[in-house]
Design a protein around this ligand. Structure first.
Ligand code: ATP
Ligand code: MG
Length: 170
């Protein structure tokens, strides 16, 4: 069941369960339908939690082939041209704050790029304001729990609209 609680930094505004990889991609797709220019989404969760699978789903609704969105080995930041420009950033291998500064993320967001950051907690203090944080937990091999934390007004609207899609009932 999908649960909704008041906005609070510690309390997720929405929790969605996934029992398969394809459900995770569907959740990503639903998020992608709600992304607009300048949206910043941060993902947290251990290795193999499903951050990239979710991002592939987001990319699908922006018109980006899933094969184009991968867990980067050396590249930390990959731009995509979808319905709106979309930047996929993986913070796992970032070593210094300068590496983040050099990306010019503020300017990109102002210019209408939407941004998804895997391992966002590692570079949170260096980023512009995050709209929605998503914590992914993996209680079993195939199940995942997505907890959504809306951090801005527009993030709150995104999470409410996502809630209305009733993904847990599909
Ligand atoms: N319900 C599920 N949702 C998503 N992935 C699942 C699910 N069940 C199993 N998996 C598996 O979990 C893995 C998720 O991989 P993915 O690359 O998305 O993780 P990640 O969080 O990006 O990891 P990394 O931090 O290494 O980049 C895949 O191997 C996928 O098959
Ligand atoms: Mg990944």
């Amino acid at each position: 069941m999908s649960t909704k609680k008041p906005m609070n930094p510690q309390t997720p505004s929405l929790i969605i369960h996934s029992e398969s990889e394809s459900k995770t991609v569907d959740i990503g797709r639903a998020i992608g339908e709600l992304i607009t220019s300048g949206t910043l989404i941060g993902l947290n969760g251990t290795l193999g939690a499903g951050k990239t699978r979710l991002t592939q789903g987001i990319g699908l609704s922006l018109g980006i082939e899933p094969g184009q969105i991968v867990s980067p080995t050396f590249t930390i930041c990959v731009p995509h041209e979808g319905r709106i420009p979309f930047l996929h950033l993986d913070a796992y291998r970032i070593q210094t704050p300068e590496e983040v500064d050099e990306l010019g993320l503020d300017e990109m967001l102002e210019n209408g790029v939407s941004l998804i950051v895997e391992w966002v907690d590692l570079i949170k203090t260096l980023l512009p304001e995050i709209d929605v944080e998503i914590q992914i937990d993996a209680p079993t091999h195939d199940s995942r729990i997505f907890s959504f934390f809306a951090k801005t007004e527009s993030g709150g609207r995104l999470v409410s609209a996502l809630d209305e899609k009733n993904l847990d009932r599909r």
